[in-house]
Design a protein around this ligand. Structure first.
Ligand SMILES: *Cc1c(COP(=O)(O)O)cnc(C)c1O
Length: 394
């Protein structure tokens, strides 16, 4: 048979069926597994083969289905599912680093990622330098022969600025560093990160993979050697594994992710186009707008602008708050990738801990609103946003 296509893999990939032949994936809600004999137990602790399980912290059939399905989507050799996106980021980095190693990271990072790199890793003797992720020259200057890993979000939150995966990977590989990419905003639907040189990819499954705001989860993807040799021993002994129930939610999320993310992207594009010249806005930040300076990179790296837009309102925080408070369809929350459209004010929420200088350096103004486009009718969303923009201008 020819190789199956993505949509088919998203529905069937990784499926394991019990003797009952259940059509929908079973939730193996068990922490342990019983053995036919003492000899079998002994043998499994020496080496467990494919689909032989010991304890849910080490692996579980429902979790394995999710890992295989998402690995097929990403084009990765293997994956390890984690309890949250942060367990994935922490596991990917800590499992490979040791005291004395050097890491280069982009400075535009999700708050908890920044905490790991700025506060936790240095406590264990890992030296971390930060660069402006969009500037290849800064990566080149910061990389050293002892640089063990580079870490960045391929599309930064909330400015939606892209990092050139191929460009950074070339530089990092030249010094032998492992390229770890937090790919949440790019989504696994548009990602071709492995082809472009990423070695390890992490997702918060909480976002587009669930896509319906139900559960926390994450996944690390990479070579079989990295996932099974480096990451798995760390994860299974430190307790960051995904629960079988969460894995089932994420499996079901994967069945529809391609349809959802493409529909949400079409909506984001329509909203960005509609608002691009709006008088109440300083800027519309959307990588899929042809006026965006990174539009060529967006086309080359992802082929689409994704599901997120940031709107920079004239009038700073008062305008941003008036806008949020006037929204009816769009919800005020800080999740993203959800079926429900969501708006958030980064300065006072997700990026509140940063100093004014740090926010200014990242382009996070007081008028900035981050919008995650959902699955509602696009005309209802545009009407809601336009009404709220009008309310923000009084
Ligand atoms: C949400 C998010 C995370 C953390 O994921 P959790 O599932 O909340 O732990 C990490 N990186 C990015 C870019 C995110 O958006």
């Amino acid at each position: 048979m020819t190789q199956r296509k993505t949509r088919t893999n998203l529905v069937h990939g990784g499926t394991r069926r019990s003797q009952y032949g259940e059509l929908s994936e079973a939730i193996y809600m068990t922490q342990g597994f019983s053995y036919d004999s003492a000899e079998q137990a002994e043998a499994r602790f020496i080496e467990s083969g494919q689909d032989e399980y010991i304890y849910a912290r080490y692996g579980n059939p429902t979790v394995r289905m999710f890992e295989e399905r998402i690995a097929l989507l990403e084009g990765a050799e293997d994956g390890f599912a984690t309890a949250s996106g942060m367990a994935a980021v922490n596991g990917a980095l800590v499992s490979m680093l040791k005291a004395g190693d050097h890491v280069v990271a982009a400075k535009a990072l999700f708050g908890s990622c920044l905490y790991i790199l700025e506060n936790i890793l240095p406590r264990f003797g890992v030296e971390v330098d930060f660069v402006d992720g969009a500037e290849l020259a800064q990566w080149e200057a910061a990389l050293r022969p002892d640089t063990k890993a580079v870490f960045f979000e391929s599309m930064a939150n909330p400015t939606l600025e892209l990092v050139d995966i191929e460009g950074v990977a070339k530089l990092a590989h030249a010094v032998g560093a492992t390229v770890v990419v937090d790919n949440v905003f790019s989504t696994p639907v548009y990602s071709r990160a492995i082809e472009q040189g990423a070695d390890v990819i992490v997702y918060s499954a909480t976002k587009h993979i669930d896509g319906q705001g139900r559960a926390l989860g994450g996944v690390v993807l990479g070579s079989q050697e990295f996932i099974r040799g480096t990451l798995e021993p760390y994860m299974k002994h430190t307790g960051g594994s995904m629960s079988p129930f969460t894995a089932w939610i994420m499996l079901k999320g994967l069945e529809t992710i391609d349809l959802r993310v493409r529909a949400q992207t079409a909506t984001a594009t329509a909203i960005a186009e509609d608002l691009r010249d709006h008088e109440g806005l300083e800027r519309v930040l959307y990588p899929g707008l042809d006026s965006n300076p990174q539009f060529p990179l967006t086309q080359r790296q992802l082929g689409a602008g994704g599901t997120m837009i940031s709107l920079d309102l004239k009038g700073g925080k008062p305008a941003a708050f008036a806008f949020l408070n006037a929204l009816n369809v769009v919800q005020i929350s800080n999740n993203l990738g959800d079926a429900k459209s969501i708006a958030t004010h980064p300065t006072t929420t997700t990026h509140q801990r940063l100093s004014d200088e740090q926010r200014a350096a990242l382009g996070i103004t007081d008028g900035l609103i981050r919008l995650s486009c959902g699955l509602e009718d696009v005309s209802d969303l545009i009407e809601d946003i336009r009404n709220a923009l009008q309310a923000a201008q009084v």
